[in-house]
Design a protein around this ligand. Structure first.
Ligand SMILES: NC(=O)c1ccc[n+]([C@@H]2O[C@H](COP(=O)([O-])OP(=O)(O)OC[C@H]3O[C@@H](n4cnc5c(N)ncnc54)[C@H](OP(=O)(O)O)[C@@H]3O)[C@@H](O)[C@H]2O)c1
Length: 292
């Protein structure tokens, strides 16, 4: 056998193995209940309370609702007291759990003392770092953007002491690829992913799950309530699906559809994503979706 033949066989074997692993990962995504079983009591075994930032609307509110169905009491934190009270009432009426609301603006630095006071002594099992701001709903270049931490350090010490807990950091599918026109947003989500990976490495041995959840389209105020379709979920459907992947490792797209979409987008050469034609078509597509 010649050296060229050996190199070709090795390259072929590596490629087949790579795709084999990808195939196995995909099959596992198809059957989360089977591959990452969650006993009924798993959520409450982590603690009695869940804390959700940005929990009064959209994906955050859906997390609060869904986790309350597992019997967890919830703390929801966002800016608007009226929205918080409304969300709290809905959750309390539906599930009978306790709901605490905290009005705080995460763009301000001096909020953590107040939050700490309000959650002190709670047995917090789950923290969902969900709050996020999309500075421009309509795609635009950085210079056209108008105007523009630290829940983990409050909640992690308690989880560490108890040796259990889960932190869900809500990122975005668009963190996986260069994404012009949402540049700042996509870059901030890459920060969330790296932050999460580092934290998971540091705290895995303490019994704490730290996971990045990276959805694509979810119909909320952030996406101007785009009509749910094959790839755009309602917040409730997305969260129900994403929680099934809680034990699926450091990162999840939270659904089969978004996993496939992520793979497709990652297979597109980056020069296509960065091209003028892509930017133009994407801008037009979003405007059409939201009727502008
Ligand atoms: N929707 C999607 O398609 C999509 C896709 C990928 C990733 N994500 C990510 O998912 C997360 C939730 O997005 P969403 O679509 O559910 O957004 P949303 O519907 O706009 O809800 C945002 C929530 O955060 C609160 N909030 C906003 N700014 C805040 C601030 N400065 N301080 C405190 N609370 C604040 C809002 O309440 P107040 O206004 O009362 O403060 C609301 O409860 C974000 O991290 C987003 O990046 C969303």
């Amino acid at each position: 056998m010649t050296l060229t033949e050996i190199i070709l066989i090795l390259a072929g074997t590596c490629t087949v193995m790579l795709f084999g692993v990808k195939l196995i990962c995909f099959v596992m995504v198809l059957a989360p209940k089977l591959c990452y079983p969650l006993p009924e009591s798993f959520m409450t075994s982590l603690g009695k309370w869940a804390v959700i930032t940005g929990g009064s609307d959209g994906i955050g509110r859906a997390y609060a609702q869904e986790l309350s169905k597992y019997g967890l009491n919830v703390v929801i934190i966002s800016r608007n007291q009226e929205k918080l009270d409304r969300a709290a009432r809905t959750i309390e009426l539906a599930t009978g759990v306790q709901v605490k609301v905290i009005a705080a603006d995460f763009t301000k630095d001096n909020i953590y003392g107040h939050i700490m006071e309000r959650i002190e002594g709670l047995d917090i099992g789950i923290l969902v770092n969900n709050v996020g701001i999309l500075p421009n709903q309509i795609p635009c270049r950085l210079l056209e953007t108008a105007g523009l931490e630290e829940m983990c350090s409050i909640v992690l010490p308690g989880m560490q002491e108890r040796g259990r807990g889960a932190v869900l950091n809500v990122s975005s599918g668009i963190a996986k690829i260069p994404f012009p026109l949402y540049t700042l947003y996509a870059a901030s989500k890459v920060f969330v992913e790296r932050f999460s990976q580092g934290l998971q490495a540091e705290y895995r041995s303490k019994g704490i799950i730290i996971q990045t959840v990276a959805p694509f389209g979810v119909s909320t105020s952030m996406t101007l309530y785009q009509k749910p379709d094959l790839v755009t979920f309602t917040a409730e459907d997305f969260v129900r699906s994403s929680l099934k992947y809680l034990r699926a490792g450091d990162q999840t797209y939270g659904s089969i559809t978004h996993t496939i979409l992520g793979w497709i987008l990652q297979a597109i050469p980056t020069w296509v994503l960065r091209s003028k034609a892509f930017q133009h078509n994407f801008e037009e597509y979003v405007k059409e979706q939201i009727g502008r």
